[in-house]
Design a protein around this ligand. Structure first.
Ligand code: SAM
Length: 217
């Protein structure tokens, strides 16, 4: 089953450089400014590496990898094999180039494709989906496929609607860029995790969304 969001695919395919600039660790000043202006983005990063458990030797899947910053960080922290998948071709090109530059390309592979239709041959110890579920109209089949592929832990981020932030995102993404976005509530997320199924769940509410880490059931 495909959850293909063509608006998201065409939007993200045009913006790899702009997106990647949010993570520009190489420039300390820009990095500090981004951390101040985009606390949610950096909270995702901190949460991911707090919840991942042992990274050394792990097989990791990064769904909706964007420019691969999370994938590359897993490889730098000793993951044996990292697979990033994204359906925006220019995002994937960018990921490959950064992995080469950071000298972790031999442990990273990047697939251009839709997570829901790609066939994976083996499961993963750690699966992450950061900033992905914002663009998923039907999350349950995706949760189920993730649960089937997870050996140890699945870590994800989910936006929640709030009047000001939710509305301005709707205008920015849907009205201007024709890219629909989807929000989540705590009961809905608890149901999604339970049905997948996953085991022990840590679900943390943030200003604009939730961060979840769930063990395989
Ligand atoms: C907001 S970006 C997040 C990128 C990265 N995870 C990060 O946090 O920096 C979301 C990415 O998900 C990708 N995406 C959305 N739906 C997807 C799907 N079904 N399969 C693969 N990639 C998808 C988009 O192309 C986009 O690059």
């Amino acid at each position: 089953m495909s959850t293909h969001n063509r608006g998201a695919q065409s939007y993200f395919d045009k913006v790899p450089a702009e997106w990647d600039a949010l993570y520009a660790h190489e420039n300390r000043l820009q990095y500090r400014i981004n951390r101040l202006l985009r606390p949610g983005l950096y909270a995702r990063h901190d949460f991911t590496f707090e919840q991942a458990g042992q990274i050394e030797g792990a097989r990791v899947l990064d769904i909706g990898c964007g420019t691969g910053r999370f994938s590359i960080e897993f490889a730098k922290r000793g993951a044996a094999q990292v697979v990033g998948i994204d359906f925006a071709p220019h995002m994937v090109d960018f990921s490959r180039a950064i992995a080469q530059r950071m000298q972790v390309a031999e442990r990273c592979s990047f697939i251009c494709g839709d997570f829901m239709t790609h066939q994976f041959e083996q499961p993963f110890d750690i699966i992450i989906a950061m900033g992905l579920f914002d663009y998923i109209r039907e999350p349950q089949p995706m949760f189920t496929k993730i649960a089937q592929l997870t050996r140890r832990v699945f870590i994800g981020s989910f936006p929640r609607f709030s009047l000001l932030w939710g509305l301005q995102r709707h205008v920015r993404y849907y009205w201007i860029r024709k890219c629909p976005i989807y929000n989540y509530t705590r009961p809905q997320l608890e149901q999604l995790y339970q049905t997948a199924p996953f085991g022990k769940l840590t679900l943390v509410q943030q200003r604009h969304g939730f961060l979840g880490a769930a063990a395989r059931a």
